[in-house]
Design a protein around this ligand. Structure first.
Ligand code: GAP
Length: 480
């Protein structure tokens, strides 16, 4: 898949009502998108599949919906105020600002080679080397003020070697004020992850549901990050949705739980969302690259048209968060283990994925150009498809629309259906192929005689004659 594919997917999203650029009539707001009629359905399907597989398949995992705005001390305790930063540099000539890792990812190999040599950093020719350089420059900015210019780092805007400033840090949290006036109001942050809402509620959840370790708390909700570089369509945006599950375990059982969740989560993508194994891989974070809270971390990556990108993080957060919240709130956050008759802070294994990234992954995975038939098909699995059936009268006369409405009313109780009577039947089918609708049902004159319809399959284009009373049976049999 090439980046051209991404352009085609972006165009399809707008054309078919999956994703629209935000505030388009005002010239747009960078990195903000709105989800159209088909987009909301696809997003709902993905989050429902995640929610059901997380909360229904495990008797010891329950749900939560915590607030986006929390007490400001939460972010002090979690370390986000001190550590949730991106390294930045400005080109004093062009006045353009860049995130250092992003800038370096756009440089030729010889520039990275030269930087590694200047800074004595081991060069593995990978993204981790780039992260290591950015972190090193952030920590030692004073000493290595001119390293970027010395190594010949090009400004993509001007095409020339930049006159780079020292690397500085930029906090990614959005800040606002709560209360009637900016002066008296308290500073509040929009949450950059949903996880902390779970940690500060974990004992309330545990007590109310009488849970025993190990247990998990799952949550889906919006998160906000003031990303400096937002690119690749909905891959990285400033407002996005996370689907996180925090699993509380005995401290000595963290490695076992980590192993378990790594396998469960990878299986989720292939078995529940139908993603091809060859497009999925693990990436383990080296010790130098671990987040401030993590003892071990694995990303699950997907092979996007622009390269491999993280879709989920699986982290061993140890007892870091609970101990931090205990310290900052002054409240005891230990769990009492009735079996062992002991108190401890559970370790937390976190699985954290982004709904919008999964949305993009699904579109990339199932976008298909059928050159033999001159059509574009979104081969979405049945459970993901925004509409499952399109009901079409062959003609707009002879009582066929009325009969089609009857069929619509019957089937829409079971499946999300749409009705379409505009244009030739071939055109109507092709329109729905692009929208990912798995089955087309045509009501014709024969229907009026014997109550049967034609069902056309999206992927094979095969057509079958089926009695109206047997449509559900047929669909349920074929959908998998
Ligand atoms: N609580 C842990 C945490 O937030 P993370 O690796 O920063 O970990 C988890 O984020 C997931 O959230 C990522 O794998 C990605 O799918 C999604 N995500 C993070 N930043 C995002 C952004 N700016 N836009 C869209 N999705 C994002």
């Amino acid at each position: 898949m090439s980046t051209k594919h991404l352009d085609k997917i972006v165009a399809l999203c707008k054309r078919k009502g999956f994703v629209f650029p935000n505030s388009e009539i005002y010239g747009g707001l960078k990195a903000s998108y709105d989800y159209g009629p088909l987009g909301v359905e696809l997003k709902k399907s993905i989050s429902e599949i995640w929610w059901n597989s997380m909360t229904r398949l495990y008797s010891n995992i329950v749900g939560l919906d915590s607030s986006i705005m929390v007490h400001p001390d939460v972010w002090e305790a979690s370390g986000h105020i001190a550590n949730f930063n991106d390294p930045l540099t400005d080109n004093k000539d062009s006045k353009k600002r860049y995130r250092v890792d992003d800038l370096l990812a756009q440089q030729k190999t010889k520039v990275i080679d030269s930087l590694c040599e200047i800074l004595s950093i081991k060069n593995n020719n990978d993204n981790e080397t780039i992260d290591n350089i950015s972190q090193f420059l952030l920590k030692n900015s004073n000493e290595w003020k001119s390293a970027l210019s010395e190594a010949g780092v090009i400004d993509p805007f001007s095409g020339n070697v930049g006159n780079w400033t020292e690397v500085t840090q930029f906090n990614l949290m959005f800040q606002t004020n709560a209360g009637p006036s900016e002066k008296t109001g308290k500073s509040i942050f929009l949450r950059p992850e949903t996880a902390q809402g779970i940690y500060i509620n974990y004992l309330l959840v545990q007590n109310s549901m009488r849970l025993k370790v190990p247990f998990g708390i799952a949550q889906i909700g919006k998160a906000f990050r003031n990303e400096i570089i937002a690119r690749n369509f909905i891959f990285r945006t400033r407002e996005f949705e996370q689907m996180e599950m925090q699993y509380f375990v005995k401290p000595s059982e963290d490695n076992e739980a980590m192993k378990f969740w790594k396998k469960e989560r990878m299986d989720f993508f292939s078995t529940k969302l139908g993603i091809d194994d060859k497009n999925l891989r693990f990436h383990e974070h080296s010790e130098d690259n671990l987040a401030h809270y993590a003892k071990a971390a694995f990303d699950i990556e997907y092979n996007f048209p622009f390269g491999w990108g993280e879709i989920e993080g699986i982290h061993n957060r140890t007892d870091f968060d609970l101990k931090q919240h205990e310290k900052h709130s002054g409240k005891n956050l230990t769990y009492f283990d009735p079996i062992e008759n002991e108190k401890y802070h559970p370790y937390i294994i976190e699985t954290s994925t982004g709904l919008n990234r999964l949305f993009l992954m699904v579109l990339c995975e199932f976008y298909h150009e059928d050159t033999n038939n001159n059509r574009t098909v979104l081969k979405l699995p049945f459970d993901l498809a925004p509409n499952k059936l399109v009901i079409c009268p062959l003609l707009k006369k002879d009582g066929l629309p009325e009969k089609s409405n009857e069929v619509f009313n019957k089937l829409s109780k079971e499946y999300r259906c749409i009705y379409d009577e505009q244009g030739s039947i071939g055109k109507r089918y092709y329109r729905q192929d692009e929208a990912g609708t798995p089955f087309g049902i045509t009501v014709d004159h024969e229907t009026l005689e014997n109550n049967s319809v034609t069902i056309r399959e999206r992927d094979t284009m095969q057509q079958h004659r089926v009695e109206i009373n047997k449509i559900s049976e047929f669909i349920n049999d074929k959908k998998n």
